[in-house]
Design a protein around this ligand. Sequence first.
Ligand code: TRP
Length: 322
Amino acid sequence: MRVLTGITPSGTLHIGNYFGAMRPAIELQAGGDAYYFIADYHSLTVITDPAERRGYTQGIALDWLACGLDPAKSVFWRQSDIPEVCELTWLIGSLTPMGLLERAHSYKDKLAKGIAPNFGLFAYPVLMAADILLYDTNVVPVGKDQKQHLEMTRDIAIKFNLTYGEGTFVVPEERISESVAVIPGLDGQKMSKSYGNTIEIFGDEKVLRKKIMGIVMDSRTPQEPKPDADKNLAIQLLRFFAQADVAADYESRLRAGGLGYGDLKKTLFEHYWNFFAPYRARRAELVANPDYVEKVLHDGAERARAVAAKTMARARQACGLR
Ligand code: TRP
C-alpha cells in the first residue's frame, strides 16, 4: 500500500499544517511505503521570488525531518529533482479535457479572487495527477480541499489506461479522511496562511508569545462563570497541546469562574512551546548540518527516480513514444 503526498513550499508551516497533515503523514510512515515530496514545481504558480522558493523548500525539509519524518522509513525528495514528472504531465495532459480543468474548484476560486490565470495554474491538477501516477500510488492522505484533484487523477488514470492499455497506471484509491483536523486560527476561523491567523510551528519565542497573548476574547471579568467555556478558542487550542485531563481541568475552571483570560493564554503558550521543544532541538541540529539534509533529499530522489523510471517506460511504450 503506497502512500504519497506533496507539500507546496509557499510559506512557513503552522500548527494547522502540523495537526492536519504532518503528524498523520508521519504516523503513516510506520506502514513502510510512504512517499513524501516537496512540491517546488507547484510553488511556481504561487511565488515568483527565487530566494523565497529556496528558503521555503529548505524550511519544509527541516520542519518535516525535525517533526519525525524518518528517511529510513520514508522516501523524501524534492519534486523538481525528478523532472520526468513534467514529461508525464504532458502525456496525461494531452488526454485531459479542458472542461475537467475548467470545473476545478481551486482554479475557479483563484479566478474569483481576481488572480490572473496562467497555464501553470490551469494545469496544476494535471501536474498533481502526474505526481501521484508516476509513483504507483495507492493512497493519498489529503484533506477535503484536495478531494476534487484526486477525483481528477482517477479520471485521468482511467482514461489513459482505456486509451493506451490497462495496467499502465495504478488508479489511486479514493480515500479522503473526513476527520482531518481543522485547527482554529488566532481569530477563530480555520487556521490558514491566507487569513493571516497562523501560529507557526517554529519561530521566535517572543513573536509567538505575543501572537498567543494577543488572542482577542470577550470582556467578561475573570470571576464571571463562563458556561460556553468549551467554545473558548484558547481551550480549543490547548486540547491539541495538553493532556486531556489538563485541558479539561482548565475548561472547568474557566466555566466555574475565577480563571482570567490572561492566565489562560499564558498556559496555552507554555503548553504549545513545550509541545514542540524536542522538535525545536532536533531542528537546530539539522540547521547546523545542511549537508545531511541535502543528502537525505538526494538519496530520496534516487529512490523515487527508480520507481519513476519504470512508470515512464510503461507510459511511453503504451502510447507509442518508444
Ligand atoms: N496540491 C497539494 C496542496 O496544495 C500539494 C500537492 C502537489 C500534492 N502534488 C501533490 C498533494 C500530490 C498530494 C499528492 O496541498
